[in-house]
Design a protein around this ligand. Structure first.
Ligand code: ZN
Ligand code: ZN
Length: 393
């Protein structure tokens, strides 16, 4: 274990020497029912490079049909420091399985520097409480500085009802129905106060407020942003965060009715990676991702949507099917996005459905001249001028 000049513990990623097994997984390119527990494999010397690590690759609820993939969550690892994108179901378990935790006697999360939330749909934040509730035990207490969390601010107003207004349920929390990340976190402290206060008083753990610093991402003032009519007008990428390892920029992407919904770009000394978040094909994303080494893009199989909601549909089914098709990117369209952005590698993640066949996803290659990787949980992908997945070594 090493100490940086900032006092944070750094770590040497463990060589778990299961590359052959992991390569077999990646070559298949789809999730199998085998457990992932033994497949975590941190490439040699990863501590001095930059890597994309896919923690969870499932889009939407992970409860559907018992898929094995964890909920959407990814990490960028630069010089032994971890930057997380989204808190999908099971991210913390995958964090350790992937070998991202600082080794003993450290607790693990000492390596986590900052986290970025693309938007507040439940599949991206459902396990955010894991950071707040387990973080102090898993290493946040040992960090010199708090972990930084950047997420969307308040939507500001409710979305309109989809279709007829008859039969619509009353909203929850009408006094504050669209909280942003800071307000959501504060509500979480209150909701879990029994456990948190038990830990503070009985186990003498720190107040999680002091270990996690949360910020709503400020969007540059711009005319024309209306959450209900134009939630992602054309705009230039704007800065979110910078340290000695990464420069993070963002843009608004089109994921109606969610606002704000962000894509993030990480520029590191070793290479660059962009995360689409959830979006339909987005010009803002193409601009943000221009020339990046790796683009991690969400994808949906519309044939699956049609099978899930066969016609005729009732109002609720029609609303759900409409959201899935119009707020996401079809597999037939994602290759053109990657081509327009001139990225070297397209990584498919947030797979909907996560248990699709590989053949369904390889259609993303249409119109794209670069390398296509169908993402799977615990996959390490190096960032460099010509990125190659660790399956190709
Ligand atoms: Zn999602
Ligand atoms: Zn979403």
């Amino acid at each position: 274990m090493y100490m940086t000049d900032r006092g944070d513990m750094r770590f040497s990623l463990r060589r778990t020497a299961t590359a052959a097994v992991l390569s077999a997984y990646i070559a298949i390119g789809v999730h199998s029912s085998t457990t992932y527990a033994q497949q975590a494999s941190a490439p040699a010397a990863a501590g001095e490079e930059a890597h994309l690590v896919l923690l969870g690759t499932s889009g939407g609820r992970t409860s559907w049909r018992g898929v094995q993939a964890a909920g959407i969550s990814s990490a960028v690892v630069v010089n032994g420091q971890v930057y997380l994108v989204d808190f999908g179901a099971g991210w913390l378990r995958r964090f350790f399985q992937a070998g991202l935790g600082a080794p003993p006697p450290a607790r693990g999360l000492e390596s986590l520097r900052a986290a970025f939330i693309t938007h507040l749909h439940a599949d991206h934040v459902v396990d955010y409480p894991s950071l707040v509730l387990f973080g102090a035990s898993d290493g946040l207490s040992e960090r010199k500085d708090p972990v930084l969390v950047f997420g969307p601010g308040a939507r500001g107003k409710l979305p309109p009802v989809s279709g007829s207004t008859t039969g619509v349920s009353a909203v929850v929390a009408p006094e504050g129905p669209t909280p942003g990340t800071v307000a959501m976190t504060e509500a979480m402290y209150r909701a879990f106060a029994t456990d948190i206060n038990d830990n503070i008083l009985d186990s003498r753990k720190p107040n999680p407020h002091s270990r996690i610093k949360v910020q709503d991402i400020a969007i540059p003032a711009q005319a024309g942003i209306d959450p209900n009519t134009d939630p992602a007008p054309e705009m230039a990428p704007f800065p979110v965060y910078q340290d000695e390892n990464v420069r993070v920029t963002a843009t608004l992407v089109s994921h109606p009715p969610v606002y704000p919904s962000f894509a993030f770009r990480f520029d590191t000394p070793h290479g660059s990676v962009v995360f689409s978040g959830d979006t339909s094909p987005s010009r803002n994303l193409v601009r943000l991702a221009q020339g990046a080494d790796v683009l991690v893009h969400e994808v949906i199989d519309t044939a699956w949507v049609n099978a899930l909601y066969p016609k005729p549909r009732n109002a609720a089914q029609e609303a759900k099917a409409h959201h899935l098709v119009h707020a996401h990117t079809a597999v037939e369209d994602v290759g053109a996005v990657a081509q327009a952005a001139k990225v070297k590698v397209l990584v498919l993640s947030h797979l909907a459905p996560a248990d699709n066949t590989a053949a369904r996803w390889t259609r993303a290659k249409e119109g794209f001249e670069g390398e296509l990787i169908v993402g799977s949980d615990l996959q390490w992908i190096p960032l460099r001028a010509k990125s190659r997945s660790n399956s190709e070594k």
